[in-house]
Every structure is written in structure tokens, then in C-alpha cells.
Design a binder for this molecule. Sequence first.
Ligand code: CU
Length: 345
Amino acid sequence: MRHLMTGESFRRCGLAQRQFIRFFGCVLYVLLLSSCSTNNENGNTTATTTVSPPVAQELTLVSRPPAIDQEMKQRGEQDQAKPVLRVISPANHSKINGSTVDVRLDLSGDLKGYMPHKDPATGKGNHIHVILDNQPYEAYYELNQPFELRNVTEGKHTLRVFPSRPWHESYKNAGAFQMVDFTVYGGGDASKATTTKDGQMMAAPTKSPAVKPEASKAATSNASPTPAREGKAMASSNAGAVDMMKPLLTYRRPTGDYSGADADSIMIDFWLTNASLQGQGGDYRVRYSIDGGTPGFIDMWDPIWLTGWTSGKHTVKLELIDKNGQVVENGGYNSTTREINVVKP
Ligand SMILES: [Cu+2]
């Protein structure tokens, strides 16, 4: 009897406890919800926290910004040029000893005055985009001397090059894009410091943290009294299993930092090889997604501009997809995500 009573009271007690826990849980949940929404509101109004993105972002497609239209007019017929590049070095399928790879290019074709050169006053100008493997591109301005890819790791690599305008929109005529592969023996060691030709330290060991592009660029520009060659200490990477005969999407822009007027509308630009898009009678589409959001599609091979960016870091994903919406496999290059940093006043 006593036994039963104890058992029953125990069960009752257990029931009461469970109900209490449930009730308390609900109260906690409601409290959490309200505190979350309060935090969000604070985040929205101050916008100084590092939450990315801090506010909802609504991007809109816009046409080429008027400032660029104006610049195009001032350039005369240059934007109708059909520049043709040829990679002299590294030769396709070549073997290279050591971690520095000289890129030498030959530019020909119907140039209409197009010539890569950095204007010292503005720091801008026509340039060539140089892409090692599937890393972000590097800008190469003065073709009379080679561009040095430094600290290139051992193994197989791809190099992609194509001419660009000062606002980083690429020329898309036949022959503008070139791609080669090469293999490095005794390449760069990620644990060793990268130095300039004079042996001057230009970057800390790339192990951790990775070399910051801005830091190495700054170091290059004032490395020595004699103007240093254009070049860049490369991040560690190797070629994907790319088939040069298969459809290939080359991610170009956006990349890096955007501030001031540059952050108003940001261009997505890419190169397409062995594929035509559905708006031009082909089978393929380019799918883009910002911050992992609802994807958009590009069916004509032209740059697009998106406006409405909020301050902070954003990811941009660009993919080449087939009729069935599947990413076209080609060494992993046809699906690329880059992080950009937008700074708005
Ligand atoms: Cu560029």
C-alpha cells in the first residue's frame, strides 16, 4: 500500500515536473524569439556590426552604368577592337623548373588603338586578366616585360589569359581568350617566405594566415628603386582536370573590394569557351547566386550589372549549366564562388 502510494505520488510528481518543464521551455522560447527580433532591429539601425549581410539585400538588374557609357564614348572605336592574344610563355604542355613562372604574351589582331597600360595618375587602364588554375585573376598591364607568377607550387597548372578594359569588362572576340597548361617541378613551398627578385621579403610565409593580395601588391610597387616586374605571389593551387575541348566557364568578376561609386552597380562578367547560351541558340545557361540566394540566369554572353548591394561581405557563385540544370563538369572550373567586400557610405 505504502509502496503504491509512493509510486503514484512519484508519477504525479513526474507529470507535474514534465508540465513545468514544458511550460518553462515555452516561456524560454518566447523570450528567445523576442530577444532575437530586438537584436535584428538593433543590427538594422546601427549597421556597424560584422554580421554579413547586415540588412536584407534586394538586387536589381541595371544596364551598363552611365559613367562607363561615357568612358566608352571617349575611347573612340577601341571597344570595337578584336584583340588576339598568344601565349608565348609558358608554352602549352611545357615543363618548368622552379617556382617562378614568366608569363609572356603576344598581342595582335584588329586593335583599334587598344593597348594595355596603367595610367600612373589614375592607376587604371587596359589590362590583361591572368588566371592561374581557378584563382581570382591578376591584372597585367605592361606587356613589354613578363608578368611573374611567384611561388607557384609543384604540379600541373592551367593559365588563362584575355584582354580587358579599364572597368574590367573583357573582350569576347575569337582569339582573345587563350589557355595553356604547364607543369612545375621543384615549385614554391607554401611554408617559405616569398621574395622579390632582389631577395627582399615581400610577403610573410603563406602558411597561416595566407598572404593578403593588397599587402603583396603594395610591397611589389615599392620593392626596389628599379621598377619591379609586375607579378604576384600566388596562392597554392593546382590545375583541375580540365578538358580544353569541353564547355568552360571562366569566372572573372566580381572579385575583391568595392567602395564608393564602384559599389553602386557591380558587374558580373565571364568568359565562355566551347559553349553557347540559350539566348544565342545554344544549350547552356549561366546561373548566378548571391549569398546563396535564389539563382538568376544569364542567357546572353554579356556582362550584367546588379545594383542594391549592402555593405559587407557577399558571395557570388557562377555556374555553367546544361539543359537539365546540371553543372557541366570540367575540372571543377564551371562552378566558382568568390567572396567580395562591399563598402557603402
Ligand atoms: Cu580587370
